[in-house]
Design a protein around this ligand. Structure first.
Ligand SMILES: [Zn+2]
Length: 419
């Protein structure tokens, strides 16, 4: 069976991290924390003298990850190993010293984790060019011609401009800059404004993103009811004060940029929708992107209707989360992955894969939509190709991908046949 999709779009991805991941140290095969001592190392795994890896998952390990294990295996280098969910990291004592961070066991979570990640020494320009080319290949091989990147920096932007002029970039790219707190926000906004002035026909600056809550895997997504079975009644956490987010929305919209927010928990999403309505009622106008939208209550969806909103969902997360989702959420499970409820409410949606957390793949999203109805998730009756296609028909207009039996047969980007 042939399937031709115009402007195949991954609407939520981490572009540079996808390239770094393709060339980096993978920890997903560790069977135990102590196995780090037998890792085979290559020069491409280092940033400066830091050893950096991704993707560990302690499920099934007989010992907990601990800084002492890394201290013993890598006494001479600072080590930063990010967990598979991208919300915590495992570091050694040298790393803690350099970061000026304190952690009894060497595990950094959420903001501490993200700060540590940002403090890592940069790759060389050559390493980064290599990562950008690797990322383009990863997406193109999966059939994507359009991506929306959530993790821009001036450095990445400048390289994309430079490599775009040489026609080395085989993707239409939308960029967003992430702000972590009000201290860095003004600087982030100013740099996004400058980048917007330098847009090209294939590279756009869209706006500002922030993380309002965490992840379900780490019990940091912010819920309206306690996590099922946790004795302390925790509902997760929020990473910003509402008044601070309000300031971000107003300044971002005033600059003509989009406001995008990561929310996983139903209460996190509800509070953001409420806040955007409040800011809109004060006369501020702008676009609002709800990233993940993994749990939405019916009243939250109703409240979204008058807004310039788009939900960016990644069905493939369901494939990874399904084993524990029901157990963890209990009664709130009925609100997960509400793609059909959003479709019925006519809220615009785009699908993506959140690479490198999940591999970029139209077909894994299709699989999730096909299998999830057997697990109590309402069946999506919309057109998957349509929600996976870039909505702007003028953006790299002559782009399409052809699949036969799930395999990519042809990909044309901006009039140029890639393979
Ligand atoms: Zn993401």
């Amino acid at each position: 069976m042939f399937l031709k999709i115009p402007r195949l779009y991954d609407s939520h991805t981490h572009f540079l991290a996808t390239g770094e991941f393709a060339a980096g140290l993978h920890l997903g095969s560790l069977k135990n924390a102590n196995d780090v001592s037998s890792l085979q190392l290559s020069p491409s795994y280092f940033r400066g003298d830091w050893l950096v890896g991704f993707g560990w998952n302690e499920k099934g390990w007989s010992e907990e990850p601990h800084k002492n294990i890394l201290d013993k295996a890598f006494p001479n280098n600072p080590v930063f190993f990010a967990r598979m969910d991208g919300h915590r990291s495992w570091v050694n004592s040298r790393a803690l010293d350099i970061l000026g961070a304190t952690s009894q066991d060497g595990i950094l979570i959420e903001k501490d984790h993200l700060r540590a990640w940002e403090m890592l020494p940069s790759f060389s320009k050559e390493q980064d060019r290599h990562h950008i080319l690797s990322a383009c290949q990863v997406y193109n091989k999966a059939g994507f011609t359009h991506v929306r990147d959530m993790t821009c920096s001036e450095h990445l932007w400048n390289l994309l401009i430079e490599m775009g002029e040489k026609k080395e970039i085989t993707l239409a790219i939308e960029e967003n800059c992430t702000t972590h707190d009000l201290n860095d926000f003004d600087k982030t906004l100013q740099s996004a404004i400058q980048m917007k002035k330098a847009e090209t026909t294939l590279l756009r600056m869209k706006g500002i993103k922030l993380f309002y809550d965490g992840s379900l895997g780490s019990q940091t997504a912010f819920l309206s009811k306690p996590y099922n079975g946790l004795p302390d009644g925790t509902r997760g956490m929020t990473l910003w004060e509402l008044s601070e987010v309000e300031e971000v929305i107003k300044k971002t919209w005033t600059a003509g940029l989009d406001f995008s927010v990561h929310t996983i928990g139903d209460e996190a999403a509800h509070q953001m929708v409420q806040l955007v309505r409040k800011v809109s009622a004060q006369g501020f106008v702008g676009r609002f992107n709800l990233e993940h939208a993994q749990m939405l209550r019916p009243e939250t969806i109703q409240m979204m209707k008058p807004l310039h909103v788009r939900c960016h969902m990644q069905p493939c997360h369901w494939l990874s989360d399904r084993v524990w989702l029901k157990q963890k959420l209990g009664d709130l499970y009925k609100h997960v992955f509400p793609w059909e409820a959003l479709r019925l409410a006519q809220i615009p949606m785009s699908f993506g894969c959140d690479s490198p957390i999940e591999p970029p793949s139209f077909w894994r999203n299709k699989q999730a939509l096909e299998e999830s109805p057997q697990h109590g998730i309402r069946k999506f009756t919309g057109d998957l190709s349509q929600v996976h296609s870039h909505p702007d028909t003028n953006f790299a207009a002559d782009s399409y991908s052809v699949f036969a039996e799930g395999e990519l047969k042809e990909i044309v980007f901006n009039g140029q046949k890639l393979f």
